[in-house]
Ligand binder design. Structure first.
Ligand SMILES: Cc1cc2nc3c(=O)[nH]c(=O)nc-3n(C[C@H](O)[C@H](O)[C@H](O)COP(=O)(O)OP(=O)(O)OC[C@H]3O[C@@H](n4cnc5c(N)ncnc54)[C@H](O)[C@@H]3O)c2cc1C
Length: 449
């Protein structure tokens, strides 16, 4: 393979970064550039692994000088694989993963490459938490910049609602602080605007009490009545109950009877973060339909992140997302039939119940515009076999269309791509206009000067 010479701007940087600057000639490039999901080959021209904000600024300036597009990589969980750029610069923040918990001030401070799981463990030592998503390996930065829907969302809001401030390297390499009263337009855009408005090198987050919770999986045989009833039960519960309902192919998990493996299943993942003695009453409507398995139990909050999720590393993923209402019986039947016919072992309709604190923030207050939506509906299929990717993709498209989750407003972090049509769904109307104005003011990462 012929390797083009490094642009002088990167040649200078290579002297500082040493083996933390990789090119296609570096044997480790493939391993380090790999994101969680696999897909068509993408080979970055340069991958850098800065340790300081100053080094991040140097990489941003060098990319600009070289006229190369740039993307940031934190946890690498983007479904669109947007943290991997063919022929561009990947700014890999994983060496910047420090976390500092201040229990007195009830604030957590995470560098841009820290993971949700590491932060949750550190905060958990003080009985505190910031609500992230449902998976510990997801990067805090990527999650927060797009939204962050998880175990505490109906009580504490989205992760971005708990962002108090941030350090950002702008598109021209300048380092700025931002918060509600400092560069407020930039702060607005960071809360939901996702990638592009600078490199976030530090996030300051609000901590709330979450020592012991009652949570875990509860599953039922595929009775269509159950789907809407459980979504309704979560939506009508006090805000301390957050949860999602999956209509899915049952994984070969030891906690499920062997005869349901590979068969359609209705499974909820819930977290009650209110008074422990109230849990049974709150959960009674979910248990009214006889569960097949009930693993909802008291546990320390960080244990919510242990196990249960499908294996994602190296998988080819297809995803589609939108917002819906409470599914009626016909819709539930359509979902159950669709998963029964799925071409992949991992196929799921994921219904996340919104409301509570998410809905108490005005649509214009942050760049996440979808405050009044009842249910976030995402359809996903995973396969380890590249030859099956197209088939899984068409199953996801057809399945999303059955519940109208393939059109209209959508959550950016579950979108399959970053093209203009996709982004218009994430940033409708006034939100999109304001985001464009903020980018015009502060610059767009990876764009020419
Ligand atoms: C298994 C799995 C479970 C998930 N569960 C949830 C969930 O429960 N709730 C939820 O809300 N979402 C969930 N998500 C979606 C997740 O929020 C997004 O995929 C998110 O973008 C991942 O962030 P990351 O840092 O891991 O990914 P990356 O791929 O590293 O980054 C995602 C995007 O953010 C940009 N970015 C990352 N870090 C920075 C930074 N420091 N500064 C500027 N830009 C940056 C990247 O350039 C990229 O465009 C899940 C995804 C997966 C794969």
């Amino acid at each position: 393979m012929s390797v083009s010479p490094l642009h002088p701007a990167f040649a200078a940087l290579a002297e500082t970064l040493g083996d933390r600057l990789l090119t296609p000639a570096s044997p480790d490039l493939g391993t380090l550039a790999a994101t969680v999901f696999d897909g068509e080959p993408r080979v970055p021209a340069v991958l850098t692994r800065p340790r300081t904000t100053g080094e991040v600024s140097g990489v941003v300036r060098a990319a600009r000088a070289a006229g190369l597009p740039l993307t940031v990589r934190s946890g690498g969980h983007s479904y669109a694989r947007s943290s991997l750029l063919d022929g561009g610069v990947v700014l890999d923040l994983r060496l910047m993963d420090e976390i500092r918990i201040d229990p007195e001030a009830r604030t957590g401070h995470a560098q841009g490459g820290a993971s949700a799981g590491a932060y949750t463990t550190a905060a958990g030592e003080h009985g505190l938490a910031t609500g992230f998503g449902d998976t510990g390996s997801v990067g805090i930065a990527g999650l927060t910049l797009g939204g962050g829907v998880g175990f505490l969302s109906r009580r504490d809001g989205l992760t971005l609602d708990n962002l108090l401030g941030a350090e950002v390297v702008l598109a021209d390499g300048e380092v700025v602080e931002t918060g509600p009263d400092v560069e407020p337009d930039l702060f607005w855009a960071l809360r939901g605007g996702s990638a592009g408005t600078g490199v976030v090198t530090r996030l300051d987050l609000r901590l709330t009490e979450a020592a012991d919770v009652v949570g875990g999986f509860i599953a039922w045989r595929p009775d269509p009545e159950v789907v809407g009833d459980v979504v309704t039960a979560i939506a009508q519960a006090p805000d301390e109950l957050s949860g999602m309902v999956n209509v899915m192919l049952a994984p070969p998990a030891p906690f499920l009877p062997a005869e349901v493996h590979g068969q359609p299943l209705v499974m909820a993942l819930v977290c009650w973060s209110g008074a422990p003695e109230a849990a049974d009453d709150v959960l009674a409507p979910l248990r009214a339909h006889a569960p097949l398995v009930d693993l909802v139990e008291p546990k320390p909050y960080p244990a919510m992140f242990e196990g249960g999720g499908p294996e994602t590393a190296g998988m080819h993923a297809a995803v589609e997302t939108g917002f819906t209402g409470v599914p009626d019986v016909d819709t539930a039947v359509a979902m159950i039939d669709a998963v029964r016919a799925a071409p992949a072992g991992a196929a799921v309709f994921n219904l996340r119940v919104m409301g509570g604190a998410i809905a108490r923030v005005g649509a214009g207050e942050t760049a996440f515009a979808h405050r009044d939506r009842a249910v976030m509906a995402t359809v996903a299929g995973l396969t380890p076999d590249p030859a099956k990717e197209a088939e899984v993709r068409s199953w996801v498209s057809a399945s999303a269309a059955r519940i109208a989750a393939d059109r209209g407003p959508a959550y950016v972090n579950f979108l399959p791509g970053t093209g203009p049509e996709q982004l218009a769904r994430a940033y409708p109307g006034a939100t999109g206009e304001r985001l464009r104005a903020v980018r015009a003011k502060y610059g767009t990462l990876g764009s020419p000067a």
